[in-house]
Ligand binder design. Structure first.
Ligand code: BES
Ligand code: MN
Ligand code: ZN
Length: 487
């Protein structure tokens, strides 16, 4: 993608040589600052009732006299916030599906002074619109040709702010697209070994150090909990570590830990059949870790970042772990596996212990961990769990800035009691009440030495229904957070 800003003199929008113009109206009246031809057309359309100045409304005009571009899409944001602008951009881009559209000129009108966040919002919408899953669908229409946008600015200072937002947004869009693509791939096209190959590919592209540990190496580390999940599958597990070094060696790294269950059948505690296909997305946390590494490396951020992925299938079978089995985690703590479907925490706990060796500044794990989190927060906000108020505040702010929001959930000690076991240091499940919290409390038992937060993205990493597919969340949140930790 090629994202640029262009400073527009009066009349420049209508003279822009682009395949389509996208006008975003960030107000509920016809804004000032439109070129004459466009202002007249928009005013007429409003007067005639063809365009309503309410958020989400759109209008498409073809070959408007006075315009160089043959296509003009108008979309109403209604407000001047980046969030409203992003929604309008998405609605407007949906009108621009013709195959020839490569280069779109974007004017955001009705905002006092455009900020980086406005451009970033447009970039995010463009990234979303330009991605189409094709890997296992040869019959899919040709991928959108959309590959270049030019956002108009009124003066140099505004252009600089927008350019900053565009480059950040373009990098995030790249990371989001990678995360979406990996999560969309079916389990038989995205095994733990495939994920490792993708990590290696990313490493080659951005000169990152990539270590992939096989079962033997994982055994040598004593990851009895991770291995218990992997033992039921013929697909061998992979423990993937990716290093991005953008700052001085002595700078403590941010470590992101991703749940990489490439398919979750539930194991012996088998899931019901309906909708089980969606459990191919159970590596969404891992996908977001690779997506964030991609975005951060793309930007050359001055920060040290390590991505850690515990990748495995969760399958039933003759060798599978059974309810009641007790395993020893890398930390030495024993776990009674009461439900083999609570496997995410079992792979993450060993990955969290592993991160201690990096003496990290911060560890954030990202996981499609619980159905309970979907019930609690739906698809709008990811669940955020951390005993550290400062870290929680930073992650909440990063989510808001990225339009990829999360919501803080409690981690009171009282919730930990549900994990008591007569046969091990802990069980791997509490009851149904507060299910996303007891899952977080389980992880917390492995983070004593860490400044840690957990993101439960079970509700936000993918969409069900007609628009079934991965969202690429929370790459935006994580990238903003990691950038905020750089010098
Ligand atoms: N991957 C699932 C969580 C999940 C469920 C994500 C539904 C998205 C939609 C996880 O491994 C799981 O199965 N969790 C169980 C835990 C339970 C057994 C304590 C769950 O949420 O039902
Ligand atoms: Mn499960
Ligand atoms: Zn799972």
């Amino acid at each position: 993608m090629d994202f640029r800003t262009q400073v527009a003199a009066a009349g420049a929008t209508s003279q822009l040589a682009v395949d389509a113009l996208l006008l975003l109206i960030a107000a509920d009246t016809v804004p000032a600052g439109l070129d004459d031809a466009i202002a007249a057309a928009v005013s007429d359309a409003v007067r005639d009732g063809d365009l309503v100045l309410k958020a989400g409304k759109t209008l498409y005009l073809h070959r408007l006299p006075g315009l160089k571009s043959s296509r003009l899409a108008v979309a109403v944001a209604g407000k001047d916030t980046p969030k409203a602008v992003k929604a309008a951009a998405a609605a407007g881009l949906a009108l621009l599906k013709a195959q020839g559209i490569k280069h779109v000129g974007v004017q955001i009108a009705g905002v006092e002074a455009l900020q980086a966040g406005h451009a970033e919002a447009v970039a995010a919408a463009v990234g979303d619109a330009a991605y189409l899953y094709r890997t296992t669908k040869p019959s899919a229409p040709a991928a959108p040709a959309l590959s270049r946008i030019t956002v108009l600015a009124r003066d140099k200072a505004e252009a600089e702010r927008l350019a900053g937002g565009l480059s950040c947004g373009a990098a995030i869009a790249k990371g989001v697209t990678l995360a979406r693509e990996l999560a969309n791939r079916p389990g038989n096209h995205c095994t733990p070994s495939d994920l490792a190959a993708e990590a290696r590919r990313l490493g080659k592209q951005y000169k990152l150090k990539v270590d992939v540990l096989d079962r033997k190496a994982i055994e040598a580390l004593g990851m009895g909990s991770f291995l218990a999940v992997a033992q039921g599958s013929d697909q061998p597990p992979r423990f993937i570590v990716v290093h991005y070094n953008g700052a001085a060696k002595k700078q403590a790294p941010v470590v992101l830990v991703g749940k990489g269950i490439t398919f979750d059948t539930g194991g012996i505690s088998l899931k019901p059949g309906e909708g089980m296909d969606e459990m191919k997305f159970d590596m969404g946390g891992a996908a977001s870790v690779l997506g964030t590494l991609c975005a951060v490396a793309e930007l050359g951020a001055k920060v040290n970042l390590i991505g850690v992925i515990a990748a495995s299938e969760n399958m039933p079978g003759g060798k599978a772990v059974k309810p009641g089995d007790v395993v020893t985690s890398m930390s030495g703590q024993t776990i009674e596996i009461l439900n083999t479907d609570a496997e995410g925490r079992l792979v993450l706990c060993d990955a969290l212990t592993y991160t201690e060796r990096f003496k990290p500044a911060v560890v954030v794990d990202i996981a499609t961990l619980t159905g309970a989190c979907v019930i609690a927060l739906g698809a709008v906000r990811s669940g955020l769990f951390s005993p550290d108020d400062g870290l929680a505040g930073e992650l909440l702010a990063a989510g808001d800035a990225a339009l990829d929001p999360c919501w803080r959930m409690p981690v009171d000690e009282e919730y930990d009691e549900a994990l008591k076991s007569n046969f091990a240091d802990m069980g791997n499940i509490g009851g149904r009440p507060g299910g996303s919290i007891t899952a977080a409390m389980f992880l917390k038992r492995f983070t004593g030495k860490l400044r840690w937060a957990h993101l439960d993205i079970a509700g936000t990493a993918w969409k069900s229904g007609a628009a079934k597919g991965a969202t690429g969340r929370p790459v935006g949140l994580l990238t903003h957070y990691v950038l905020s930790q750089g010098q």
